[in-house]
Design a binder for this molecule. Sequence first.
Ligand code: PAF
Length: 282
Amino acid sequence: MKVINSVKEMQVEAVSLKLKGLRIGFVPTMGYLHEGHLTLLKRARLENDIVILSVFVNPIQFGPNEDYATYPRDFSRDRALAEAEAVDYMFFPSVEEMYPHPLTVKAIVLERTNVLCGKSRPGHFDGVATVITKLFNIVMPTRAYFGKKDAQQVAVIEGLIADFNFPVELVSVDIVREHDGLAKSSRNVHLLPQERQEAPILYKSLLAAKSAIEAGERTPEPITNLVKDMISHHSSGVIDYVEIYSYPQLLPVTQLIGKVIIAIAVKFTNVRLIDNLMLEIQ
Ligand code: PAF
């Protein structure tokens, strides 16, 4: 595996791979790789000739009071995991390499961001869309792989690819969970021991919501109330949101019909967890 720190060098490699007609599978990450990322890498390995992983904690997608400084980082561990997944290139630029001067242009996301994390993290998705635009131009992927845990991110990137005509196929991959149902996340290491015990209630509440819908409930409010009650009774976490929207448009629904997402965010002492369930309702 080749580790590349320079934007120019990565671009030169990508152009030469493209000229050889090779399919590039790209997994963009902020590092501290977990099984969710490894699942994306495995899928990329299966479907492409070349796999490129990027590890870059993107400062412009963090708000001033968010966890940019404490976001977990471990380059050696990430490199070893990437090597074990037969990654061909690990793109690992510094902040100065990616943002050598203040941006003169950035991507502004107009739709799909006035709800969920977009609402509680203003500017976050502009930062994501901007760095993904840069990474697509640097890595020139055939396919890009994203986890469904960040379902709003997937919806935003789907819009970015369509609106900016990137010749990139978006592949979204199912959430990978711990044995007790907690969605895997680099941030889980910040849960206090007691909170780690409580955290699986997020997924359990989503499964309870699914059962209620399967039993015939078609109105969003009883479902969101059920989820909120379960989380507040069984954890010390503070609910940021429990909401249901159409997917990928992320518009409010009055009836549970068609493709919908039930999305949750809960704040614990040092970490905010998100989870979701997507359902296709007849
Ligand atoms: O999901 C992430 O890790 C980040 O938002 C991404 C897509 C790598 C952009 O910085």
